[in-house]
Design a protein around this ligand. Structure first.
Ligand code: TYD
Ligand code: MG
Length: 454
């Protein structure tokens, strides 16, 4: 095997391989993401190569439709976003920025699952550090085994002899396999470690939770290149300075995506917030100007949260537009609609927008609350605190209906809201609107009229 070391270039964003350097990855279009790595001298031992006995194609109708038996992780929120517990033999990736709470959550799970024999592999902390953390988190560590190791061969042989009911690996960036020469954390190591864990999970039926770091400016050498290997991708989000953490399902082979779970980081670990509305809607008695409550839906669960806007005269020549938790291009579009379709002059104003609790919102139903918060701040007019909104705004200023309006209305009514604004084109069940006044508006001018009248 003599000869000069051959190298290959990898895109750290999507994992695309190229024989030479390129400024822009042809596969994902990202700039400056190619890194050089030695070409591995031997074929990785994993991949999709068949293992064990040779399989044959089976007719679909002959396959028994036994539903997957799921294992409960005794954490209501995690179970829910997984689709009702973890599926045996599945590989679940939990990604997030350093310090957001991945290790905390993954240690908390086995501590609260006394009936589940768990192997917790840590490549980042010593067993003593894990013990100290476990003491903060409380819970019974009855069946939790801690293994401080980074070599995959050792980890897998230990796991095969112990046969845990759940395995947790923290983190993919610290693990490495002897079959490759490259350093831990390199693209090829990360892919190979994940592929070996996937093979282990599929062969033994042990569910594996894999932790992966994501850096602030994107997905450098990590979870992004694993998304197509693993079964489920959960991503931690949240502002580090705030105490709320949002776990979002980005991919789920066994359930729905766009589910999200809310946690609060406390001195004793992550507390489940099973009713996020109660945290994300305002506590102030008298309405303040610049806030509006949106009835949004994440996957299967409706909840309400506050949109905050601040509109002020631009201090410098060009107006600033900034949005936290909301797409700034969408904000610009909504401002243009207000300007052109309803005659509000906002082009010389700075507009700042913020979603309560560090939430990142993509539900189009929030448009209505966004424009109401902007108008409320602009005119220093407080929207009554028992009013909420659910509707999408179109380019011609029309207000369009959004999915599952009934459930949004019912949730608003349950939380004591007295009035909800929706599109005139929405259809909903009268029953869901018990105890709440539903105001139907067709376009932005009609909304403004109805709002300022209320
Ligand atoms: P951690 O789980 O170590 O983050 P990650 O594994 O994603 O890098 O979380 C670290 C942060 O959480 C740290 O700043 C301290 C804080 N924390 C608490 O506030 N309460 C706790 O009970 C624990 C264990 C951590
Ligand atoms: Mg950690």
């Amino acid at each position: 095997m003599a000869g000069k070391v051959k190298t290959v270039w990898y895109c750290t964003s999507c994992g695309n391989e190229s024989p030479k350097w390129m400024g822009r990855c042809p596969a994902c279009g990202e700039w400056n993401t190619m890194v050089e790595q030695p070409r591995e001298s031997r074929k990785p031992a994993s991949g999709s190569a068949p293992v064990g006995e040779r399989r044959r194609p089976v007719q679909l109708r002959d396959i028994s439709a036994a539903g997957e038996a799921r294992i409960s992780l005794h954490n209501g929120e995690v179970d829910r976003i997984l689709g009702g517990g973890i599926v045996p033999g599945s590989l679940v990736l939990i990604g997030g920025e350093p310090g957001i709470g991945k290790s905390t959550l993954s240690l908390q799970i086995p501590l609260h699952c006394n009936d589940l024999r768990t192997l917790y592999v840590t490549g980042e902390e010593s067993v003593n550090q894990v013990k100290m953390r476990a003491e903060r988190l409380g819970g019974d560590a009855g069946q939790c085994y801690i293994f401080s190791e980074t070599l995959m061969e050792n980890i897998l042989s230990e796991a095969r002899s112990m046969m845990p009911q759940l395995m947790i690996v923290d983190s993919v960036q610290t693990m490495f396999t002897e079959t490759l020469d490259s350093a831990p954390g390199s693209v090829s190591q990360i892919k190979e470690v994940a592929a070996q864990l996937l093979r282990f999970a599929k062969e033994t039926g042990v569910p594996v939770i894999l932790i992966g770091h994501i850096t602030k400016d994107g997905f450098i050498a990590g979870p992004k290149i694993l998304e197509h290997i693993v079964d489920v991708v959960l991503q931690f989000e949240g502002e580090n300075r705030g105490s709320y953490r949002i776990l979002r399902s980005i991919k789920n082979r066994f359930g729905s995506t766009s589910e999200l779970a809310v946690f609060e980081m406390t001195g004793q670990g992550l507390r489940e917030v099973s009713n996020p509305s109660e945290l994300l809607i305002p506590m102030h008695e008298q309405g303040l100007s610049g806030t509006a409550v949106s009835a949004m839906l994440d996957g299967s669960r409706p909840f309400l949260f506050e949109v905050q806007a601040l509109v002020s005269s631009a201090a410098y020549g060009t107006a600033q537009r900034s949005a936290t938790g909301f797409d700034v291009r969408r904000l610009n579009m909504l401002l243009a609609v207000l300007e052109r379709r309803a005659g509000f002059h906002l082009s010389a104003k700075d507009v700042f927008l913020n979603m309560a609790g560090g939430l990142r919102v993509s539900d189009p139903a929030c448009d209505l609350a966004v424009i109401c918060a902007v108008l409320s701040s602009n005119f220093d007019f407080a929207i009554p605190s028992d009013v909420c909104f659910a509707g999408e705004v179109g380019l011609s200023g029309e207000i369009r209906p959004v999915g599952q309006t009934d459930r949004r209305i019912a949730e608003a009514a349950r939380l004591g809201f007295r009035k909800v604004f929706v599109s005139s084109f929405s259809s909903f069940d009268k029953k869901s609107a018990e105890g709440i006044q539903v105001v139907k508006v067709a376009d932005v001018p009609a909304l403004v009229k109805a709002l300022f009248k209320s």
